[in-house]
Design a protein around this ligand. Structure first.
Ligand SMILES: NC(=O)c1ccc[n+]([C@@H]2O[C@H](COP(=O)([O-])OP(=O)(O)OC[C@H]3O[C@@H](n4cnc5c(N)ncnc54)[C@H](OP(=O)(O)O)[C@@H]3O)[C@@H](O)[C@H]2O)c1
Length: 340
């Protein structure tokens, strides 16, 4: 099939609320010699899309974000960093993928997945999609899965570790929970009471409802604490860290990041912070776990591209349960969550 000259995409031309995004026709990207052109079957609106679209970033990152994504207006008008779809064209030098292959990929900070077609570097973070894995599930794997694996590698998670995850019901939190349980860790999940049963189903040994209980004041110590919310920086988390324990600051302000080496030098704790590296091997690992039924990407809801504003609004609520999936070519609407 020859890709059309124009495609439908969710486009935003200025930073702001969900309503700055609208669906329109744009030129279909043309793959370079080392690229794949993928027909997007499913993508997600991630918390990164929300942060970039609204420039809502942790303290200290405002200027850096504008430098990265556009000083006065977005440089890349199409958001979307993860996708699953079918390869419809390949560059002349591509040998590892063929037209017709089903793939799952991360576009990373190049973005562009909220569209009918997206170019992905063939040597980038892209792997074949197992046939029995639905496109909607596959699209929800890269962002949470690669973040979890990277933070656990840097934090040296081991079997038998006691781990607490703050924000365990989100995309990153639910990925961390399942990866940690598979690695033999004992996991305490922090979320609201409404998500407690789901956390236990995914393998949490204990759930702390943050609306009634402060995990840092319980007197329980953890080998690792993963903060995916941003309200458990070191001054709070240290009360619940065991001697030699590590804080995985998935969300951290710039001052907190800069202080991290000092904490490592002056206390018996360690802080792991900063952007997670996206590695193709990690994507391969998480896709294999999902294919084997050992990892279930949580899907909050699944909306068609035409409802992109609603998808952004749900992500911006901060209450999604796993990922908000967007299907580019379907009217389908399913959910395994509620309206929260
Ligand atoms: N460092 C990196 O490289 C990196 C990579 C990926 C993501 N991130 C960041 O990680 C963060 C998490 O991303 P995400 O996509 O997983 O977020 P998310 O899916 O939006 O997280 C939503 C979840 O957070 C829970 N939550 C909300 N308030 C809470 C609180 N006060 N205490 C505990 N849980 C709370 C909610 O549970 P309830 O509904 O039960 O309240 C909800 O399930 C984002 O800020 C993102 O920017 C960083």
């Amino acid at each position: 099939m020859t890709p059309p000259v124009y495609m439908r995409a969710a486009v935003y031309r200025r930073y702001g609320p969900p309503e700055v995004v609208s669906v329109g026709d744009v030129l279909t990207p043309v793959p370079g010699p080392t690229d794949l052109l993928v027909r997007v079957r499913a993508t997600t609106v991630t918390s990164a899309d929300w942060r970039i679209r609204s420039l809502t970033v942790p303290r200290g990152f405002g200027l850096l974000s504008r430098l990265a994504f556009g000083i006065t207006a977005p440089r890349q008008p199409i958001l979307g960093s993860e996708l699953a779809g079918d390869v419809v064209a390949i560059g002349a030098s591509v040998t590892n993928f063929a037209v017709g292959d089903a793939v799952v990929a991360s576009a990373g900070t190049k973005l562009g997945a909220h569209a009918e077609y997206c170019c992905i570097a063939a040597d980038g973070v892209v792997v074949h999609k197992p046939a029995h894995l639905a496109y909607e599930s596959a699209a929800a794997l890269p962002f949470g899965g690669t973040t979890a694996l990277d933070f656990f590698r840097r934090g040296e998670l081991r079997s038998g570790h006691n781990l607490l995850i703050n924000g365990a019901s989100g995309t990153v939190g639910s990925a961390m929970l399942q990866v940690a349980v598979a690695a033999g860790a004992k996991v305490t999940a922090v979320c609201s009471g409404a998500n407690a049963a789901l956390m236990q189903y995914l393998g949490a040994t204990r759930v702390v409802d943050y609306t009634t209980t402060d995990f840092a004041a319980e007197g329980i110590r953890y080998d690792l604490i993963a903060d995916t919310v941003g309200n458990a920086p070191y001054p709070r988390a240290r009360h619940a860290l065991a001697p030699g324990g590590t804080l995985l600051a998935v969300v951290a302000t710039l001052p907190e990041m800069l202080r991290a080496p000092w904490v490592g030098l002056t206390t018996n704790h360690r802080i792991v912070a900063g952007p997670a590296a996206e590695r193709v091997d990690d994507l391969r690992t998480i896709v294999a776990m999902a294919a084997a039924g050992r990892f279930t990407p949580l899907i909050d809801r699944c909306l068609p591209l035409d409802e992109i504003v609603a998808a952004h609004a749900r992500v911006e609520s901060g209450r999604k349960r796993g990922s908000v999936v967007v299907t580019a070519n379907s009217e389908q609407r399913t959910a395994n969550g509620d309206d929260g």
